[in-house]
Design a protein around this ligand. Sequence first.
Ligand SMILES: [Zn+2]
Length: 427
Amino acid sequence: MALLSKFIYLFGAKLRNPSLMGIYSALKKTEFANYDELEKIQLDKLKTLLKSAYQYSPFYRDLFDAHNFDPEIETLSDIKALPTITKRDLIEQNAQIHSQQQFKKTLLAETSGTSGEALAFYRNEEWDSTNRASVMRCYDWYNVKPWDKNGYFWGYNIEQGEAKKVKLLDWLQNRIRIFRYDDESITAFAKDLNSAKFLSGYSSMIYQIAKKVNALNLKVSGIKMVKGTSEMILDAYQPEVKKAFGCKMISEYGAAESGLIAFECPEGSMHINMENVYVEIDDNKEIIVTNLASHSFPIIRYRLGDYISLGEAKCACGRAHKVIKEIYGRKGSSILGTQKEYPALTFYYVFKNIALKDEILINYKAEQFECGTVILKIEGQPTPLWEQLINREMNKYFGDDLRFSVEYIDKFETQTKKQQYFESFIK
Ligand SMILES: [Zn+2]
């Protein structure tokens, strides 16, 4: 099957993504380039993108003109002269943003975010291939190829009509997936995973399956990479994942609009895919991303809606690509105290502090229905010590302004939807 899968993959790529292997080779050449070389590549690609956006996208032409912006920039930071754009712009100005340039081939991309707003756009073939090639380069860090047998943890509630199509696609991609969550299905799935090389999917789902694998005392070996996407990976997930699959969960960060932004290396650094994206952060730590390959639908200074922080570029793995230190999660509604407002990611710090200081990992979700109080849903059995620690940390950030109650949940629902760690129901 291994050889056949490789053949199917490469044959499919030839048809669908003719420039894939060329882009992949170029990316391999700059994998260990120094920082200045990487920035030089970014500047060249950015100039090309800005010029083509000005020439072919009515939206950007108007935007550049309105800001007296010359696409012939001299440094990367020159683009700070442009305003940022949001998903709302991509949806409302969709036709105007699309490039009028003729591309040999374009592929339709559709996304629906947390807010449920659907966005559709066309990617030119090179853009699509750039994304695939970038991911392929990162898989190399774990000695994994995209055609290797893999387990896929992604929405098992598939409708009857779609099941056949899903099964065919899974077969073509040498992918196995779990459809049911009972002990028998998990046991069979774990057995099948012994011949797989990597796993990917929603991090909360990988975590739930890992717990089940451990509880049932099942053995899974031979996994080289466990990749969590689309959600934050909580520290609380790692011990169970390591025990179940033999390696910790690493994180892939990106979106359909932005392409692959960063990927965690074996040394634990989230390296930015610098050859293909240019990342900025604003004063509030919100990420602003420019997708350097997005010629058919230019994504320039785009607010993805996440909070992040940047770290040192130096990494023991030898790659000079800039590092994302932390992803704090989605920009959400504010937490409302009786007097003040707090950023949604405050809860992230509360539980991070407990993890760091007290070495206790708590799986949580915060919900707010009225000002001044919040419900903390905690996975596990009632534990007075945990409540003491939570109280200590909550006090630090909120004082008397926000009260909380704890609700224990035996086990969080595995959601197929993107999970948020703070949700406000206040209108
Ligand atoms: Zn590294």
